[in-house]
Design a protein around this ligand. Sequence first.
Ligand code: BTN
Length: 263
Amino acid sequence: MDEVASRELVARLSMLSLTAHGLVEVHPKLESTSTRLQHLAAQGAESGSLVVARCQTKGRGRLGRSFASPDGGLYASILLRELDQPGRAPATLLLALAISQAIDEIARVATWLKWPNDILLNDKKVAGILAEAGRDGDRARLVLGFGVNVNTGLSAFPLVLRGTATSLLLETGENFELDEVLRASLAWFQAHLRARQENKGDYIIAQIADRMPTLGKSVRAKIGNEVITGEAMALTSTGALVVMTRDGRKIVSAGEIEELRTS
Ligand code: BTN
């Protein structure tokens, strides 16, 4: 672990209550920040604990995929000791909105959200989130791991991703400070968690919907083993996607969607 980098990050996050009671680790290289944070959670780490790595050798993505994590990207995981409650917007969606807002303000770009929690820039993926819930004894554990392609050059991406992934460097020609992208993302995330606590979840869902160009378009989605197609209409208060199919309204609460070309 890089003790100096950890101290610098703690100082940078000092205005945030979200991370005030957690530990902070910054590693030059790790298998996976989420795997490390799960280990720390099992040892009793508090809510707001944060693990950051400058690169990962076994970065994990959603649906059992790997997540390419070369130098230049931001790879971080944060621990919450509270699981999502039924009827409320999930923390993953709040974090997706937060990262999208942080990127926009720092890089002066316009990112979009691809349901459920990818962040797109110029139609390519610039960030993704992996949520893993569990328990440590009688305490809940929600580990939110997020990767943002910040200063990643094209050659650092595996060949198969070069058509679909991008970075802030590739889109703007500029390098950005990783810890500032992290601080801004966590600041927005803290604000959204507080708004949810104050029952302003509908306002957050509206902001998320505003960043989802897929709404109003034709999509294909999987619900369990069933594949449905229809028009993505709206988000529910819990962030599920409402799809109008020939057989009526269907609610997609997990999985992945694919936008269908209409022309
Ligand atoms: C996805 O897009 O499928 C989710 C990607 C999540 C990647 C992040 S990088 C930091 C954290 N550690 C991991 O191993 N995965 C998450």
